[in-house]
Design a protein around this ligand. Structure first.
Ligand code: THG
Length: 374
């Protein structure tokens, strides 16, 4: 399947940074939370190496926030996730899968404790605002649930500390992983966290005033001179190597967190009220699928590579034993990497799998922790 053009309308919302993204020469978009998300600026390979060597500014406004505020806010957010949030510090973020009462994954956001009884749920691509509003209504909680005017701007890459220090001061350097600070910008204070959907290091600036978007963008580029700063976007190749999950591609509401390898983000023994914890305690140890990596020596063929696409069945002896969810050609390892869900029963006795005529080696994710032998 070839790429087609995307018709951009009000429904595929633009962002506070869209004009700058266009001026920077964006080549492709996807739609995420009903909003434009750039996916390509130069070639996939040039975008990749630039991210790994320099610093990029990412319009990730589409990581929309659901704000939950009011006397029952802690209760509602805890109800939505099986991760124990009771010990979250102010301005701390936690990667917190959200699950329904059957223990199925509805989203895998970062939840941020902005204040006492005030949370931002920084969403992956599914309509959690409606779910949260429904739960609040059904449980009779005293909370407001809405999408605030908040648009994250990512600053990612090895030079991101230097760039951020030039714009926001040296104190950005001691922000810990998934921690944040409120730092001044043009008469307001922006929430800035050390997080982002790459493993090259970086920050996310949560712009809470749409009208300041272009000023923020311009400031990063003006102060970034000499750092080779340029516009970028979440990079499919980099995140597949790093094993960062993409909701809707790698997993969806048919999977449990166990299937996805998200066990370490569940607190099965926690004494908290969470909608999914009873089901997840039952499901523990009974997983039927496993999220794995597969390494192929060569690219199966160009059609399969289009857009890091998944959705391909994996067969063994004529039986479907799994599905490729995302895949890419790794410029770093010079191998074709796939992320896949595979039947646990098949995995028990097999380490190789055939796909598009090639033998692939099954590996744990992330790939970039492995010594990839040639
Ligand atoms: N930043 C913000 N919002 C987001 C994302 C983000 N919303 C959508 C999407 N990304 C949510 N999904 C993820 C998935 C993985 C991570 C963050 C968000 C992530 N994981 C690390 C890992 O798996 O190695 C670390 C997790 C941890 O140790 O707590 O960073 O990127 N604002």
């Amino acid at each position: 399947m070839q790429n087609k053009f995307l018709s951009i309308t009000k429904r595929t919302r633009s962002t506070p940074f869209s004009r700058r993204v266009e001026a920077a020469g964006v080549k492709a978009y996807t739609v995420y939370n009903h909003m434009l998300l750039p996916t390509l600026f130069d070639t996939p390979e040039k975008d990749y190496w630039h991210l790994c060597e320099h610093v990029q500014v990412w319009d990730v406004s589409c990581e929309r926030q659901v704000e939950v505020v009011g006397p029952d806010a802690d209760k509602l957010v805890q109800l939505m996730t099986p991760r124990d949030l009771s010990k979250t510090d102010l301005l701390q973020g936690k990667y917190a899968p959200m699950c329904d009462a059957k223990g199925r994954v509805l989203n895998d956001p970062i939840v941020i404790k902005r204040d006492h009884n005030r949370w931002w749920i920084s969403l992956a691509d599914s309509d959690i605002k409606l779910w949260a509003q429904g739960l609040a209504q059904g449980y009779g909680f005293d909370v407001e649930v809405f999408e605030p005017d908040v648009s994250p701007l990512g600053v990612q890459g090895p030079k991101s500390d230097d760039l951020m220090a030039r714009v926001f001061g040296e104190e950005v350097r001691d922000i810990g992983f998934f921690r944040g600070k409120l730092l001044p910008f043009m008469g307001t204070e922006l929430y800035i966290a050390r997080s982002g959907w790459s493993k090259q290091g970086g920050f996310e600036i949560y712009l809470h005033d749409w009208s300041l978007g272009e000023a923020l963008w311009d400031e990063l580029f003006e102060k970034g001179q000499g750092l080779e700063v340029r516009a970028g976007c979440p990079n499919g190749n980099e995140r597949i190597e790093a094993g960062l999950l993409s909701y809707g591609s790698d997993m969806d509401e048919s999977h449990t967190p166990f299937d996805c390898g998200l066990d370490s983000f569940l607190d099965l023994d926690a004494d908290v009220e969470s909608l999914s914890l009873p089901a997840l305690r039952e499901l523990a140890g009974k997983q039927t699928m496993k999220f794995v990596g597969i390494i192929f020596p060569e690219s199966p063929d160009l059609d399969h590579l289009m857009n890091l696409r998944g959705g391909y069945d994996l067969f063994h002896d004529g039986e479907v034993v799994g599905e490729v969810k995302s895949q890419c050609w790794s410029f770093r390892y010079e191998k074709h990497l796939a992320l896949a869900m595979i039947d646990v029963a098949f995995l028990a006795s097999n380490e190789t799998i055939t796909f598009a005529g090639q033998q692939g080696q099954i590996h744990d994710v992330p790939f970039n922790k492995l010594a990839l032998v040639s």
